[in-house]
Every structure is written in C-alpha cells, then in structure tokens.
Design a protein around this ligand. Sequence first.
Ligand SMILES: NC(=O)c1ccc[n+]([C@@H]2O[C@H](COP(=O)([O-])OP(=O)(O)OC[C@H]3O[C@@H](n4cnc5c(N)ncnc54)[C@H](OP(=O)(O)O)[C@@H]3O)[C@@H](O)[C@H]2O)c1
Length: 310
Amino acid sequence: MINEIQKVAIIGAGSKTADTLIRVLTKELDMKFLLFSSQFSVEKAQSPKIVQYPISATDKKQLKAVLLHEQPSFIINCAAMTNVDGCEDNKQLAWSLNVTTVETLVQICKITGSHLIHFSTDYVFDGLNGPYSELDKPNPISYYGKSKLAGENVCLPSGIDVTVLRTNVVYSSNPNKGDFVHWVIKMLEKELPITVVSDQYSNPTITDDLAYAVLKVILKGYKGLYHIAGSKYCNRVDFAKKIAQIYMLDETNIHPITTAELHQKAKRPLKGGLQTLKAQSEFGIEFLSVESGLIMMRNQLFSLGYIKHK
Ligand SMILES: NC(=O)c1ccc[n+]([C@@H]2O[C@H](COP(=O)([O-])OP(=O)(O)OC[C@H]3O[C@@H](n4cnc5c(N)ncnc54)[C@H](OP(=O)(O)O)[C@@H]3O)[C@@H](O)[C@H]2O)c1
C-alpha cells in the first residue's frame, strides 16, 4: 500500500538519471526523498519533501549510518563509474563504485528490509547479436561491462527485494549532465564537424522512460531483471542525424567513422541494445522512439528556459 511507503533514498543523486528521477518522483509520489551525493556544497533542499546528505556513494561508513537510521522503503542506486575508457584506466575505482557500493547497499537492505533498485547496462553483453533479452547470456568485453555484471551478481541473488534495470545510451534534457545528444547539438550549433561511429547499434533511452519505469517498480513492487530502453534500434550516425533534424542543424557536419578507426581504450559492443518486451508487457508502458524522445527533450529545454524557441 502506497500510504505505508514513507522514504525513498537516492544514491548518486547528482547523476543524470537521478536528476530526472528526482523531478518525476517528487511530483508523482507523496514521500520523503533522501538524496545522497558528493556534489552538494550547500545543504539546502529545493522542496520540503527532500533531505540532502552530502555523502559520496563510496563512503560506506556514512551511508550505513544514515540509511540504518532512516530505514527507507526504497534505495535507488544511480551511482556508478560510467566512463567506459576511464574504467580500463582505473579499475580499482570502477570496482569500488560498480561493485563495492552495491555490496554495501545489499548489506544495508538486509538489515532495513529496503527494496533496492539498481541500474545496469547493455555493456554486460559482447554485442555480437543484439538487441538482447533478459534471458540472453552476458559476456562483457570491457572492464566497465565486467564490473557492472559483477554488481548485478552481487544484488540479484542476494535474497533482498531487488530490481535491476538495464538500459543503454541514456540522454536527458539537462544540458549540464553531459550526454551524446547535448554534445551533438553543441558541436553542430557551432558548425563544427563531428565524427560519429556508424557500426555501434543501440536503442537510445531518455531518462524520463527510466524514471517512469522506476515509478512503476515503486508503485507495484516489480522485482528481478528488466530491460528499459527506447523503442528505436539504430546506429549512432542515424541517431546523430535525427538529432540534427529535430534541432534543425546541418547534418552534413556529421562524418561516419568505424569503431576500429577510433582506437578507444575499451572495446565496445557493436550490435548492443536491449529488447524491452518484458518490461513493456509487465509494467504496461511503452518506451519512446528516438524522434518522440528528442521532441520531448526539446519541449523540456524550452519550458526549463534553456532554449528560446520550441
Ligand atoms: N549514461 C548511460 O548512457 C548509461 C547507459 C547504460 C547504463 N547506465 C547506468 O545507469 C546508471 C546511471 O548512469 P548515469 O549516466 O545517470 O550516471 P552519471 O551521470 O555518470 O553519474 C554517476 C554518479 O555516480 C557517482 N560517482 C561517479 N564517480 C564517482 C566517484 N569517483 N566518487 C563518488 N561518486 C562517484 C556520482 O554521484 P554524485 O554526483 O551524486 O556523487 C555521479 O554523479 C548507472 O548505473 C549506469 O551504469 C548509464
């Protein structure tokens, strides 16, 4: 019963996913929100529903102290090391965020009985034959993917109430959070040429779809593994061209390149992406196409005052 649910804790509240979660969940739910982030310099909440804790996701001691005291009904973990090449360079930090933090939260949930909602990625797959379903066998080819799979394996079989939401190529309306869409817009607005990979496939996902999936999990208590992703499966060049079209920018500045030509530190799954039938049928929601997501984002940028014309 919704009335019994009092508190939702969000770890990594400064992430781009949490930014939208906070906007959507504080509007939709009459609950108290405990936000944990290393980014709070001033402990001033924007809403009476919100309490801010300037605590990093890696601070096991502080996380335990506050969460054991607060006893939230739900703990949403948005913290992660998401820089894929950075994870190859700093494996210790990647493990600390993508695995050890999850272990800490599982230990806490075992005591508090909180339901853990955790995010993962299509990078747990090798990208040989995506898009993948929840039943496909993971085979990560990067340290980011390996550490995220280890994080899933820490929480899914732990015996706590847990939901893992895998997603891919996430974008949001907040230009300060940094993502592929904002990078393409910024470069094309300056009429600068960009090289974009033509052989990496995914289904780009707007953070609003993630937020409404989390809302369903909170309201209905879904547990287990779910794939949450946009409805359009495409390569990055097609995605970039769609961004140019929706924002009326010159797409001739988009130059295709292959992944092999890029020489990135970490290997990338090429045919990645996620099948979302399970979440769609059980949650009863349809995820947005690239076109609808980009139009929604443009409307949000307008209403938030980031752009002058829709
Ligand atoms: N972005 C994508 O395209 C994508 C794709 C697939 C899956 N995912 C998954 O979705 C989830 C959310 O991703 P996101 O893109 O929203 O995350 P994000 O914007 O990259 O933010 C991750 C957050 O993790 C915390 N963090 C990162 N490095 C840290 C460090 N060295 N010390 C302490 N805290 C640190 C920070 O939280 P605070 O700032 O609050 O301290 C940071 O804001 C992750 O589990 C990710 O693996 C993302």
